[in-house]
Design a binder for this molecule. Structure first.
Ligand code: GLN
Length: 451
C-alpha cells in the first residue's frame, strides 16, 4: 500500500518470499538435522529483511539503481545474502538506491527518487535511501545497506534509524557491486542497535572470495549490549562542532551528549585536523576507483547494450552513454582524469597521502577517548531538488561521515531526537559514533544504553 508513494522497493516477488518463509517455518517446526537445528536456534530465523539492490541475489533482478543493469538477473548470491539466508531470514525484495551508490539523496536512481516517510516532500538520504525508507515506514523490520562515504549512516540519520558501517574488511564484499573497492563496506540498518548487533553477527566473517576480507575469530556483537557506560570517554572533535552544522541538529546532538554524561560517560575535546580535507580526498579516490570498476559495463558481458551501433568502439560508447546517468558519468570523467598520465601525482597520489594523514588523526584522537561522537549529517532531510543544481553542495552532505571510510574505521548512526520542530513534520536527527578498528561490539553497547 505504501510502496507506490515511497518507491522504496525496486523488485518484490511474492512467490519467492513466501517459499523462503515456508521453508524457515518448516525448519522451526521440525527442528531436525544439523542445519535445521542450528537454524532453529538463530534469533533471526523467519524474520524478514530486504536487500539494497547492490547485492547480487540469485534469481532476482539486481539493478544497482541503474538502467545499465535494469534487467540483470544474478546467477549467484552475494556473501551477505547467503549469510542471512543461512540464518533463516526471509527476503522481502530489492531496495531502491542511488545509481551505483553515487549520491546522498536517492535522486540519482534510474528508478526514480525514494520519498522520506517522515515527510514525502523530503529526501530519505542516500545512497541506501530505499533501505532507510522501507524500515522507517515499517515495510521491513531490517535491511542491508552499503557505505562508501556515508551511505548507511546518513540515510539512517535522515529517516530516524540505527545503521552501522563496520570496520573495512569485516564483512565480505563478494557479490556486492563495486563502487570504490577500498572504501565500500556492507552493514546492517534497523530500528535499534540491538537489531543491528544480531544482523552484524550474521553478516561478518572471513570469506576467501574477497581478497580484503579479514580472517578473524567469529564475534557475538550482542555480547556487550548490557554493560553500563560508567567511565566511558567520549571524544568530541572540535572540527565536527564548528560552523556548518544546523542549529537544530546541534541542539539534538548536545542533548544526547548530556544524556550520555548522565549515563556515566565523560566527554573530552579532541582534534581531527585533516578532516576538512576528507571530502576533497574522497572525491579523487572514490571516482578513481569507480572509473576502473565501472569499465566492466561495456555492453558485452552483461547488462544493457545500445540497440543500434556501428563498430565495436561505437557499441561501447553508445551503451555507456545511454546506460549511465549524469552523476555516474561525472564520476567516471573525474576518475579517469585524476588517474591519467601527468595528473596522477598531482591528484591521486596526493589524495592517498591525505588519506593516511586522516587515519593518523584518528589514531591520535583515540589515545584520549574510547569512542568519538558528533553529528551524522549537517542538516535534517532536505527537500527534493535542494542540492541538485550544485554537486559540491550534495557532496558536503557527507562531511562528517567520509573520513571514517578513508580511515577504514567503524561508524554508526543512531536517532537522537528531532530538528525542524517548527514544521508540521519534525525530522529525525542522527548521532554518529565512530570507534576504533574492530570496536563494533562496544559501539553497539554505547548506542543500546542510550536507546
Ligand atoms: N554520498 C557519497 C557519494 O555520493 C557516499 C555514497 C556511498 O557511501 N555509497 O559518493
Amino acid at each position: 500500500r505504501l510502496n507506490p508513494t515511497l518507491n522504496a522497493f525496486i523488485t518484490t516477488d511474492r512467490d519467492k518470499t513466501l517459499a523462503q518463509a515456508r521453508c524457515a517455518d518448516e525448519i522451526r517446526k521440525v527442528g531436525a538435522g544439523d542445519t535445521a537445528a542450528s537454524l532453529s536456534d538463530t534469533p533471526l530465523n523467519g524474520i524478514p529483511l530486504a536487500h539494497k539492490d547492490i547485492f547480487c541475489t540469485q534469481g532476482w533482478r539486481t539493478t544497482c539503481g541503474s538502467k545499465m543493469l535494469a534487467n540483470f538477473v544474478s546467477p549467484y548470491d552475494a556473501h551477505v545474502v547467503e549469510r542471512f539466508a543461512a540464518a533463516g531470514m526471509v527476503t522481502l525484495g530489492k531496495l531502491n538506491m542511488d545509481e551505483f551508490a553515487m549520491g546522498s539523496s536517492n535522486e540519482t536512481s534510474f528508478f526514480g527518487p525514494v520519498k522520506n516517510p517522515w515527510d514525502v516532500s523530503r529526501v530519505p538520504g542516500g545512497s541506501s535511501g530505499g533501505s532507510a525508507a522501507a524500515i522507517a515506514a515499517r515495510l521491513a523490520p531490517a535491511a542491508t545497506g552499503t557505505d562508501t562515504g556515508g551511505s548507511i549512516r546518513q540515510p539512517a540519520a535522515l529517516c530516524g534509524l540505527t545503521g552501522l558501517k563496520p570496520t573495512y574488511g569485516v564483512v565480505s564484499r563478494y557479490g556486492m557491486i563495486a563502487f570504490a573497492s577500498s572504501l565500500d563496506q556492507a552493514g546492517p540498518m534497523a530500528k535499534s542497535a540491538e537489531d543491528c548487533a544480531l544482523m552484524l553477527t550474521a553478516m561478518a566473517g572471513f570469506d576467501t572470495r574477497d581478497s580484503t576480507s579479514l580472517e578473524r575469530p567469529a564475534e557475538d556483537y550482542s555480547r556487550h549490549l548490557n554493560q553500563p557506560l560508567t567511565g566511558l570517554k567520549i571524544g568530541l572533535p572540535k572540527e565536527f562542532f564548528g560552523d556548518g552544522m544546523d542549529t537544530d541538529v546541534r541542539a539534538a546532538v548536545e542533548a544526547a551528549l548530556a544524556e550520555y554524561r548522565k549515563l556515566g560517560a565523560t566527554t573530552v575535546e579532541v582534534s581531527l585536523p585533516h578532516s576538512e580535507l576528507s571530502v576533497p580526498a574522497y572525491y579523487v579516490i572514490a571516482p578513481a576507483e569507480a572509473s576502473s570498476n565501472l569499465s566492466r559495463f561495456d555492453g558485452v558481458r552483461y547488462g544493457y547494450r545500445a540497440p543500434d551501433y556501428g563498430d565495436l568502439a561505437d557499441m561501447y560508447s553508445k551503451t555507456r552513454a545511454q546506460g549511465f546517468g549524469a552523476e555516474v558519468k561525472r564520476r567516471i570523467l573525474i576518475g579517469t582524469y585524476v588517474l591519467s598520465h601527468g595528473y596522477y601525482d598531482a591528484y591521486y597520489l596526493k589524495a592517498q597521502k591525505i588519506r593516511r594523514l586522516i587515519a593518523a588523526d584518528f589514531t591520535e584522537a583515540f589515545t584520549q577517548c574510547d569512542v568519538i561522537m558528533g553529528p551524522t549529517s549537517p542538516s535534517v532531510a532536505f527537500a527534493f531538488g535542494a542540492k541538485n543544481a550544485d554537486p559540491v553542495q550534495m557532496y558536503l552532505s557527507d562531511i562528517y561521515t567520509i573520513s571514517t571510510n578513508l580511515a577504514g574505521l567503524p561508524g554508526m548512526s543512531l536517532p537522537c531526537g528531532f530538528g525542524n520542530a517548527q514544521l508540521p513534520n519534525p525530522m529525525p536527527v542522527g548521532l554518529q559514533i565512530i570507534g576504533r578498528w574492530f570496536d563494533e561490539a562496544r559501539m553497539l553497547n554505547v548506542a543500546h544504553q542510550y536507546q
